[in-house]
Design a protein around this ligand. Structure first.
Ligand code: GLN
Length: 195
């Protein structure tokens, strides 16, 4: 079933959430911010976990009582799109951090993998099913390995930067920072196939 106007909740406790909202709205989605528990009373067709600082986001999620409800929704199959820190929140193993957060994505992720000097960079590489897309990396995590059943959607210099697993789309770069709507459109199409 096609949803004519998908309702997307964007986690808005910290980080680059406004940019996601702007793009999703321009693609015709109804977008609302998730800042506190009662924001989850609304119907959700999809969830966006933005970039930012995963440690801060993780702490706020617990403090605000959002962690368990969101974890349940993701585990139950809510289409979820994590970028950068959002990818870190989804991964079930962090190679250089003792924490894990939602742990729903069977992949090993290294935080701040590109070091301080190379913290930010830009690339244009192929994204499965889309073509070449702009990729802005900011103190980005690296997807070191992904389990069987995880589809690799993009690589840069042979390193994995975008994956999909069941209801989850996870990307180490920031598609919301370039004027290119195709990765978000990919997520909306993914949602429409879920219902
Ligand atoms: N370095 C951040 C972290 O570890 C992620 C960076 C980002 O989201 N741009 O959470």
């Amino acid at each position: 079933m096609e949803i004519s106007k998908p309702q997307i909740g964007v986690l808005a406790v910290q980080g680059a959430f406004i940019e996601h909202e702007r793009i999703l709205k321009s693609l015709g989605a109804e977008v609302f911010e998730i800042r506190q528990l009662r924001d989850l009373d609304r119907h959700l067709d999809g969830l966006v976990l933005p970039g930012g600082e995963s440690t801060v986001q993780g702490k706020l999620l617990h403090d605000l009582g959002l962690f368990e409800p969101l974890k349940n929704l993701i585990e139950k199959g809510l289409p979820t799109f994590g970028t950068c820190a959002g990818l870190i929140l989804l991964a079930n193993k962090l190679s250089n951090d003792s924490h894990t957060y939602f742990g729903a994505l069977p992949a090993t992720v290294e935080r701040n993998a590109y070091g301080r000097q190379l913290g930010s960079f830009y690339a244009e590489e192929n994204f499965e099913g889309i073509g070449k897309v702009p990729m802005t990396f900011i103190r980005a995590p690296l997807i070191q390995s992904a389990s069987e059943g995880v589809q690799v959607l993009a690589t840069v210099n042979d390193q994995i930067v975008a994956i999909r697993y069941k209801n989850q789309l996870a990307i180490s770069f920031h598609p919301e920072l370039n004027e290119d709507l195709r990765v978000h459109r990919y997520f909306l199409e993914m949602i429409s196939h879920f219902y």
